[in-house]
Write a protein that binds this ligand. Structure first.
Ligand SMILES: Nc1ncnc2c1ncn2[C@@H]1O[C@H](COP(=O)(O)OP(=O)(O)O)[C@@H](O)[C@H]1O
Ligand SMILES: O=C(O)C1=C[C@@H](OP(=O)(O)O)[C@@H](O)[C@H](O)C1
Length: 304
């Protein structure tokens, strides 16, 4: 059964770009990277120091912006420098740095609806040479190909959550995947047990930016945000705020966090809406690297 599952995943779902693209996403191609290059170079020349020769970069002494209690600051305080590379090179370089430490483990992206798990996840999978999968799409496939919204309508949220848990269990047996999880996957402790087989990263996006993104694309694929008439942004913002109240602590269970507010602060931007998925993916690799480095140090200390 598991072998069949693994095989069907490998040869159909995860390499079927039609399915991958079924959800609206801002997936970015490397050709697009050049457009962000100038901004990145400005950032780099403004803040970062010459690169050290060691594989892992030591944290620098730059001013630290807002941080979450459990997580360290960002790439932009890390002391790395890549002034002569474009973003594709940075992504590649960072992925190569973490690859031996990652050792084929899956990456799980967690975060609120619309936080960019799918968009950023595809960039990460491409640069790491991993396959990408979206747990919502896998659940849809398992329920006769009907949409998440339709699953909620016909069978209820509990049914969807059970399917989601079962999918995460199966995924936990796999390797070399970037998994975009549903925004609510964090609420069940059992799901964390499965995600802990890999490395989890929380995309932490301010709620107003999320509400704006979702108001732009509509709530048709996100049943928990469906609303009647009225201002889409305001209704979505309220609903997201309530959900975040319930889930904020659960997201913080992730091994690493990417804070868009931190990135924007370091770039001198007032809001996060100009941060491209590529920049966010770079930060994700940096934060994953920070976690793996800590893990590596822990093993050295404990004699593994
Ligand atoms: N960095 C970003 N800046 C602006 N819009 C983004 C960014 N990342 C994703 N989006 C857009 O936000 C919406 C939700 O993104 P998506 O990756 O589907 O989120 P999730 O998988 O977390 O629900 C999509 O329309 C996507 O194009
Ligand atoms: O936050 C949630 O509870 C949900 C998020 C959705 O996934 P995305 O985060 O990919 O939109 C989807 O799993 C379902 O609509 C429930």
């Amino acid at each position: 059964m598991e072998a069949k599952f693994a095989q069907s995943m490998q040869f159909s779902t995860w390499i079927d770009s039609e399915k991958i693209l079924r959800k609206p996403s801002g997936s970015i191609q490397f050709g697009q990277i050049r457009r962000d290059k100038k901004r990145l170079q400005m950032l780099i020349s403004g803040h970062l120091q010459p690169k050290k020769t060691s594989t892992w970069h030591r944290p620098g002494g730059l001013e630290v912006s807002r941080t979450h209690k459990k997580f360290p600051a960002s790439i932009f305080e890390s002391g790395s420098h890549y002034a002569s590379f474009d973003e594709a090179m940075i992504l590649k370089h960072k992925s190569q740095e973490i690859m031996p430490y990652l050792n084929g483990r899956c990456i799980y992206l967690v975060g609120m609806m619309g936080s960019g798990k799918t968009t950023v996840g595809k960039i990460l999978s491409e640069v790491l040479g991993y396959s990408f999968c979206d747990s919502d799409v896998l659940v849809e496939d398992d329920v006769d190909g009907i949409s998440v919204a339709e699953i909620f309508k016909r069978y209820g949220e509990g049914f969807f959550r059970d399917k989601e848990t079962e999918m995460l269990r199966k995924l936990s047996l796999m390797h070399r995947l970037v998994v975009s999880t549903g925004g609510g996957a964090v609420i069940r402790p059992i799901n964390w047990k499965y995600m802990q087989k890999g490395v989890s990263i929380w995309l932490d996006v301010p709620l107003d930016a999320l509400a704006q993104r979702i108001a732009d694309v509509g709530t048709h694929s996100r049943p928990l945000l469906h609303h009647g008439s009225g201002d889409a942004y305001i209704k979505t913002f309220r609903r997201l705020s309530n959900l975040f109240e319930e889930r904020g602590d659960a997201y913080a269970n992730a091994n690493a966090r990417v804070s868009l507010e931190n990135i924007a602060a370091k770039m001198g931007l007032r809001d996060v809406s100009n941060l491209t998925p590529t920049l966010i993916a770079i930060e994700a690799l940096e934060q994953i690297g920070g976690f793996l480095r800590g893990e590596d140090n822990g093993m050295a200390i404990s004699g593994f």
